[in-house]
Design a protein around this ligand. Structure first.
Ligand code: URA
Length: 239
């Protein structure tokens, strides 16, 4: 890909603006030699104002989504994209969230510009395990684990029952729930179906991928080994 297009696609500006950066001599190689638009240089050797280029396409981010942020590009209010460098919102291909977490749900959120990977994770066929910890308004009744595991629970206004899900009771009003689907407000609706209410919800893992000390609002890029962890089955009681 031509350097101008590559740099414009990373969100540094329109092609016209990037051409201007070239004219101003702000685009160089790692040794500080000024580059020209038709030069052929490896991504990692390009500098803009002396800084390495943003990561290339194929970016996968693991974010600790705080509550109060929306997984949307254009809602009013705080957006998960506000937590990333501003020009990343202009990348092409665009960074998308892998599924969604509600505004009031916190925890592990993946973002990627790799459409095939996104579909591989959210596809119901892939059965990727999503692990949530819920704080409940009322004590658990005792029958929830069996109901969730049964594969027969039908949520309101749905036409197919939920796939079996695993519940671990952590405290009278706290539970860890592992689901393989991603239906709308699924966890909140599952507990609502038992007459309970989720007061707070956090996603703590996708497969074997966990937050590993990331604070709310922080994020890091994943390498291929990190991404592979999302597809590894969780271990009940442990992860
Ligand atoms: N289930 C929910 O109810 N909310 C989320 O954000 C994720 C799963």
């Amino acid at each position: 890909m031509k350097l101008v297009r590559l740099i414009a696609n990373l969100g540094y500006g329109s092609r016209k603006e990037v051409m201007q950066l070239f004219r101003e001599g702000r685009i160089t190689d790692a040794a500080g030699e000024v580059l020209y638009t038709d030069d052929k240089v490896a991504h990692e050797d390009v500098r803009i104002d002396g800084e390495p280029l943003d990561p290339p396409t194929g970016l996968v981010l693991l974010m600790h989504k705080p509550t109060g942020y929306t997984c949307s590009r254009k809602d009013a209010g705080r957006l998960v994209y506000d937590l990333l460098p501003p020009r990343w919102r202009r990348r092409d291909p665009a960074l998308s969230t892998v599924g969604r977490l509600d505004r009031d749900t916190s925890g592990l959120l993946l973002l990627t510009d790799d459409g095939a990977l996104l579909h591989r994770i959210i596809s119901p066929k892939a059965s990727v395990a999503k692990v949530y910890e819920a704080t409940l308004a009322r004590d658990l009744g005792g029958g929830e684990g069996e109901l969730f595991a049964s594969g027969t629970l039908m949520l309101e206004s749905e036409t197919t029952p939920l796939a079996p899900a695993q519940l671990e009771v952590l405290a009278p009003r706290r539970a860890r729930l592992t689901v393989t689907e991603g239906r709308y407000h699924q966890v909140r609706r599952m507990f609502a179906a038992t007459g309970n209410h989720v007061d707070a919800l956090e996603r703590v893992a996708i497969g074997q991928l966990a937050l590993d000390g990331l604070a709310p609002g922080e994020w890091r890029a994943l390498d291929a080994a990190g991404v592979a962890k999302a597809f590894e089955p969780t271990v009940p009681g442990g992860r």
